[in-house]
Design a binder for this molecule. Structure first.
Ligand SMILES: Cc1ncc(COP(=O)(O)O)c(C=O)c1O
Length: 386
């Protein structure tokens, strides 16, 4: 087994940057560059033959690799552009004109997800928004059709009790749509054991796979019977028959749409390979050590932690409020220390398995120094971006 420190060589940005922003854009593995070149080479030399030599099936073969990371059996996971599209595919399988037409979700869902579900009011859905936690479980009843919920909240990095949500939904016959974007690749997840109807995520963050490679898991029994109305020729039983009427393919292929995002899928697997090789359990064990070290250091420095203190509830990100945190963020970036901030929680720091303890101590030292040297006077207003 390779030492975690060995993997630093796989991520070129670490040579000159303290990279603590893996909850936003995970560091790029060097091999991703090679895979993009392989894609171009294949396009250049194989031309049209590339479709039959793997390109056409990429949304399914790459989906199966994601499946191995999130506990989904082969043939249940497909690749799409992003989470928004994956959730729209799910929504397109349902109508909102019966007694069961409620969509119940927690406030802390990612905005894109919220916007999409809110828009279903136009289609007759009754939208119920509640605070996170117990209130969500309580709000799910026989009128509930869908429960879009997040495994790890994007703002605070808090791990939610998705088992309780899944159990309640199962008891009343509602479908859970689990957004695992902030967990896949850092917090262990087994969609089969959870029994959720659907799970979605992307590759930009902890999976280090870059943009354009969102994923959708559909529980095996639902894969066979749902018929998404957001559909296209890749979802047809015989796409190359070019038939005038739709006949859905068997299996996960029925959740596909049109021509796949081939270049993004080439790039993404370099990150997945590393995550599979290291293993999410090992990444989580290291992440718990790293976030505990950050919490200890921030406590010593006297800053306010805004995310969970309990390590069981803490995902891969630590959030902390310092004075003038927008300006602190800016000055950190000038020192090649990358993190981000969100207006109501302050700085967000997301180390990954390749981050050293020295880097974490260095980042906290620099934050303390920037705050202590009068950042508030130097601060000019900035808005959160990325
Ligand atoms: C929990 C969560 N869901 C979804 C997204 C993004 O969704 P999309 O892939 O549609 O951009 C993010 C972050 O970008 C996120 O943190």
């Amino acid at each position: 087994m390779r030492e975690l420190a060995d993997y630093r060589a796989e991520f070129p940005i670490l040579e000159h940057t303290t990279y603590l922003i893996n909850h936003s854009l995970g560091a790029m593995p060097a091999d991703a560059e090679q895979r993009v070149l392989d894609y171009a080479q294949t396009w250049k030399t194989r031309g049209i033959r590339a479709w039959a030599e793997g390109w056409w099936d990429l949304p399914l073969t790459v989906g199966d690799q994601i499946g191995r990371i999130v506990g989904a059996p082969p043939g249940t996971t497909t690749m799409h552009q992003n989470v928004t599209i994956a959730e729209a595919l799910i929504l397109s399988c349902f109508r909102f004109d019966g007694d069961r037409r409620r969509i119940v979700y927690e406030e802390g869902n990612f905005p894109s997800v919220r916007y999409l579900y809110q828009a279903q009011a136009e289609r007759g859905a009754e939208i119920v928004v509640v605070p996170e936690g117990e209130s969500l479980v309580k709000a799910i009843d026989e009128r509930t059709l869908l429960v879009p919920t997040t495994h790890v909240l994007f703002k605070t990095g808090e791990i939610q009790d998705v088992e309780a949500v899944a159990e309640r939904a199962r008891a009343v016959g509602a479908h859970v749509v689990l957004d695992a974007y902030q967990s896949a690749g850092t917090v262990p997840l087994d969609v089969t054991a959870l029994g959720v109807s659907f799970a979605v995520g992307g590759s930009v963050k902890w999976l280090c796979g870059g943009p354009g490679a969102g994923w959708l898991y559909v529980r095996p029994d639902l894969v066979e019977r749902l018929e998404p109305s957001l559909t296209g020729w890749q979802a047809h039983a015989r796409p190359f028959g070019f038939e005038p009427e739709m006949e859905y393919a068997q299996g996960a292929a029925r959740f596909l749409t049109g021509t796949p995002n081939v270049s993004a899928l080439y790039a993404a697997t370099a990150g997945y390979d590393l995550i599979e090789e290291v293993g999410v359990e090992r990444i989580r064990a290291r992440s718990v050590e790293q976030t505990a070290l950050l919490v200890e250091q921030f406590d010593d420095a006297g800053f306010d932690l805004t995310g969970p203190r309990d390590p069981v509830r803490r995902g891969g990100t630590v959030t902390v409020r310092t004075p003038a945190f927008e300006a602190v963020h800016q000055e950190l970036a000038a020192r090649e220390i990358l993190c981000d901030f969100r207006p109501d929680v302050g700085l967000r720091l997301g180390p990954h398995f390749f981050t050293t303890d020295d880097e974490l101590r260095f980042a906290v030292e620099q934050i303390t120094e920037i705050v202590g040297s009068g950042v508030e006077e130097r601060a000019t207003p900035t808005a959160a971006r990325f």
